[in-house]
Design a protein around this ligand. Structure first.
Ligand code: FDA
Length: 314
């Protein structure tokens, strides 16, 4: 499958330092990155959210950054979330959890040696406390499979004090159907996505069709369960199946939501919201856009072409 080859090479090459330097230092025109990342500052993020809000959409905001090996950077990321939450609250955007935040544990210290999990958990607690004060929620993003157990364990600990903390499960992992069963409980917010990392065949389905089938099996478990499913996908077939599963399981629109990434299928986002569904847009911001953008390139050749065209024609 040529698409799978492109995906793997992009994810592989994105870890190369020289490539990273070339791309991040290339004078990429802002409009290219801006299609997926509305800006670098808190103000950019908040004004993007105001716009989404006035279009009837919900949001979850991600301060970009991942895999930090530096305590100060982890603290700075935690603080960026605190500033963001305060500004969102001030703009009235956090009411009823309309705009929440998404956090990567690797960005707030998970990899800082033997104490990493504890450091990340402490930082996450501070962010959760601020979110609670602002009247909204936090979802903990899921990263590569080597972190799944640690991340789920941290989410479980956070939920003892903040039961509304959301987890993310990735349908490409073979373990995920079982994780869905464990997490499909009362009050439990679970975002189901396909998965964005380059994972080995020992733990993950490699074939797109297999990933899609796994997604549907997992979604069925979540929809039939007692939790709050968050259907994170741009895939028209998945969206349609989610709608019929919701009908079949007698779910009302307030008991689950759709989620899509900023800049991807924006018309469909608005169409779904107009049907009365809850549609939450994932809004990444900040200057650490590289890893995020490379995963979006890997997902879709058209995104890569768009990006390269932008590089070439500026
Ligand atoms: P897929 O990429 O298979 O695309 C299926 C179809 O969707 C395409 O055939 C096309 O029809 C349509 N489509 C996709 N992109 C399009 C585009 N640019 N324009 C038009 N149509 C397009 N991953 C992870 O590992 N950990 C995480 O924590 C998260 N978090 C997360 C939050 C949210 C809100 C979303 C939406 C996604 C994530 N992801 C993620 C990413 C996720 O795992 C996955 O990589 C992407 O969502 C792409 O998968 P899709 O389900 O969209 O389908």
């Amino acid at each position: 499958d040529p698409k799978a080859v492109l995906r793997q090479s992009l994810l592989g090459v994105s870890r190369n330092k020289a490539v990273r330097t070339t791309i991040t230092q290339a004078p990429v025109s802002r409009s290219v990155v801006a299609r997926f990342v509305p800006g670098e500052t808190t103000d950019h993020a908040v004004s993007a959210c105001s716009q989404l809000g006035s279009d009837g959409l919900l949001g979850t905001i991600d301060f970009l950054g991942e895999d930090t090996l530096d305590l100060q950077q982890a603290q700075a990321t935690r603080d960026a979330y605190l500033t963001l939450l305060a500004e969102l609250a001030e703009s009235g955007l956090t009411e009823n959890g309309r705009f929440e935040v998404s956090v990567k544990l690797s960005a707030i210290g998970q990899f800082l040696g033997a104490d990493g999990d504890r450091i990340a958990l402490d930082h996450a607690r501070v962010i959760c406390e601020a979110a609670q004060l602002a009247g909204t929620t936090v979802t903990i993003d899921m990263e590569d499979h080597t972190t799944t157990d640690r991340t789920l364990e941290s989410v479980r600990e956070l939920r003892t004090d903040y039961p509304w903390v959301g987890a993310v499960l990735q349908a490409y992992l073979k373990r995920t159907e079982a994780d869905c069963r464990d997490l499909a409980t009362e009050g439990s917010r679970v975002r189901l996505c396909k998965g964005a990392y380059d994972e080995p065949a020992s733990v993950a389905f490699q074939d797109k069709a297999e990933v899609d089938l796994s997604y549907v099996r997992c979604l069925k478990v979540l929809m039939e369960g007692d939790g709050y499913p968050m259907v994170a996908s741009h895939d028209p077939r998945i969206i349609a199946i989610a709608g019929s599963l919701a009908t079949r399981t007698l779910r009302t629109p307030d008991t689950f939501e759709y989620q899509m990434l900023y800049g991807i299928r924006p018309k469909e986002q608005r169409r779904l919201a107009a049907t009365g569904a809850q549609m939450r847009v994932y809004v990444p911001y900040g200057d650490e856009w590289y890893g995020y953008l490379m995963r979006r390139m890997a997902e879709r050749p058209a995104n890569t072409a768009f990006f390269l065209r932008g590089l070439a024609t500026r």
